[in-house]
Design a protein around this ligand. Structure first.
Ligand code: HPA
Length: 261
């Protein structure tokens, strides 16, 4: 089944039938919100608002492990992520869609693995059994992320963007920053020099955790603003929110088409 992680309200779209809202408990605590099970043309998908209802969790405080574990519990084997990013590459314009193919991680304070070594006896609860069952004897694991994004999902997104005539870029390197503050112009200059095309605060550890659970992952990144120092003015949250609002209908249609593919 397909999982979709993005803003709240993306499932409020004509043609998509909401089946039920499900609370999922995980050994890692609570996911950002209830999962919304939906159906389109006979195909099921499950939605989760990354920041919770009312945008209550900032990027550095999202319980990424709970969110991804919850998807797995519901039987999700591929995740389509929708996220807002700043544009670093001069070819990018606000409103463009970027189907990222690489990432660079500049996050600092996030737990970004399910593989935490040997669990102590004190942790022997039912929930830990759920984790142990998954870990078996694999306590220390280094997953391969040479090409972290699913090429098949990326190609489907590209086809949809072409069919719909959305301005898009078929690859791009996403730099993940810690936030919640935006970047300095010096930071963006550095990120540009090392090959970053877009900058955002949520891809890592989301994608890493999904890959640890063998969940395919692709991300549609909406350029909401030019990054710090590239933009002619200081950045505001309103700029990001306004562009996401402007693109909501396009994103919803992209999601519907993706479910149907
Ligand atoms: N930087 C980091 N995250 C973002 C930005 C940005 O400029 N825009 C939207 N999310």
């Amino acid at each position: 089944m397909l999982g979709i992680i993005g803003g709240s309200g993306l499932y409020d779209v004509e043609g998509l039938k909401i089946i039920e809202e499900v609370s999922v408990s995980t050994p890692f605590g609570d996911p950002s919100d209830k999962y919304i099970l939906a159906e389109y043309k006979g195909k099921k998908a499950v939605f989760l608002p990354r920041h919770g209802k009312g945008h209550k969790y900032p990027p550095h405080l999202i319980n990424y492990r709970a969110n991804i574990w919850g998807f797995r519990k519901l039987g999700v084997n591929k995740i389509l992520s929708i996220s807002a990013v700043g544009g670093i590459n001069p070819l990018l314009k606000p409103g463009d869609f970027v189907i990222s193919d690489q990432f660079i991680d500049f996050t600092k304070s996030r737990v970004s693995t399910f593989y935490e070594g040997i669990l102590s006896k004190e942790d022997d609860t039912d929930f830990q059994d759920e984790v142990k069952q998954f870990l078996k004897d694999k306590r220390v694991v280094h997953i391969d992320v040479t090409n972290p994004f699913c090429p098949h999902m990326r190609s489907l997104i590209k086809d949809i963007c072409e069919e719909k005539g959305y301005r898009h870029h078929t690859k791009g390197c996403y730099v993940a920053t810690e936030g919640p503050r935006l970047e300095t112009s010096a930071e963006i200059k550095m990120l540009s020099l090392i090959g970053g095309d877009i900058v955002g605060m949520t891809l890592v550890p989301e994608i890493v955790l999904a890959r640890e659970l063998n969940i395919h992952f692709a991300s549609v990144n909406i350029v909401t603003n030019l990054a710090a120092g590239i933009s002619q003015h200081n950045l505001t949250s309103e700029e990001v929110i306004d562009m996401m609002k402007e693109k909501t209908e396009d994103i919803k249609h992209l999601i519907l088409e993706f479910i149907d593919k």
